[in-house]
Design a protein around this ligand. Structure first.
Ligand code: NAP
Length: 259
């Protein structure tokens, strides 16, 4: 299916690896030109070259921390007119509720709630003026089903979800859609580090911790960045134009509910 995105321009944040890269690759596969980003210069430049070589699209690589004001300024300077914004950043560290104080919450809110909101505020007005735009926020299944060790993430992402619910309706008549993608366990560096954390607290090997986690999923496996990216590209497609303010769970059916 042709998603009708050829020649569009996307900013995909935090995208040298993992789910962000999956989204960047899938959009590039649809002929979308990209601005990609990560903090590690060598990684983001290598990913940019790989995507140029594979898909033949324009890719600008920006090495910056998207959760800082300076980082976002550098990104926006490289952007020009952006049609598609994919918000993403690393997730907050795991822990226990008694570990977290005000500064930890401020950091998590900055990274996983206020950073996407700042980029939405910077880029959506241009999309509205041009009458077409897509925003996809990578959040987490923890929005629907909390992961106890990820209280900082649960809190910050719930805040972003509330913001998107209202704001998506305010911009809907200008051709701009805004949706959240909620990853369950996907095979990336992030899940490896969560497995290592579980292994430590359960007193088992990392392999055993990963096996226990996968056993709890109806598909008995993790998702892939490619599968995740394909869902992102669909949300950005012309075909998804009537879909906004939604929270799409990609978790292999792990969240057990009828509706
Ligand atoms: P990942 O494999 O660790 O990849 C993170 C990517 O983001 C890397 O390219 C990293 O590069 C970049 N990055 C991290 N922090 C950044 C920052 N402050 N500024 C710019 N770039 C940054 O992570 P992932 O698994 O793809 O996860 C993406 C998001 O989904 C995270 O918020 C995670 O918590 C959430 N999530 C993931 C899963 C899962 O199973 N994978 C499940 C639920 C939610 P640099 O390190 O070089 O900056």
């Amino acid at each position: 299916m042709d998603f009708g995105l050829k020649g569009k321009r996307a900013l995909v944040c935090a995208s040298s690896k993992g789910l962000g890269r999956g989204c960047a690759e899938a959009l590039a596969g649809e002929g979308v030109n990209l601005v990609i980003n990560a903090r590690t210069k060598a990684d983001v430049e290598k990913t940019a070259q790989d995507i140029r070589d594979t898909h033949g699209v324009e890719v600008v690589a920006v090495a910056a921390d998207v959760t800082t004001e300076e980082g976002r300024a550098a990104l926006l300077e490289a952007c020009g007119e952006i049609d598609i914004l994919v918000n993403n950043a690393g997730g907050p560290p795991p822990g226990v509720w008694t570990d977290w104080d005000r500064e930890d919450f401020i950091k998590a809110l900055d990274a996983n709630m206020l950073t996407p909101i700042a980029l939405i505020k910077a880029l959506v007005p241009g999309m509205m003026d041009r009458g077409w735009g897509r925003v996809v926020n990578i959040t987490s299944r923890s929005v629907k089903s909390p992961l106890s060790a990820l209280g900082l993430s649960n809190s910050a992402r719930a805040g972003l979800t509330g913001y998107v619910a209202g704001t998506s309706r305010q911009i809907a008549d200008k051709g701009v859609t805004m949706n959240n993608l909620l990853p369950g366990s996907h095979s990336t560096d992030r899940i490896d580090s969560l497995d290592a954390n579980n292994a430590k607290s359960w007193g088992v090997s990392v392999e055993e911790a990963a096996a226990r986690r996968k056993a709890g999923n109806p598909m008995k496996r993790d998702g892939t960045a490619e599968e995740f990216g394909a869902a992102c590209a669909f949300l950005c497609s012309q075909q998804a134009a009537f879909m906004t303010g939604q929270n799409i769970l990609l978790d292999g059916g792990e969240f057990n509910s009828t509706l």
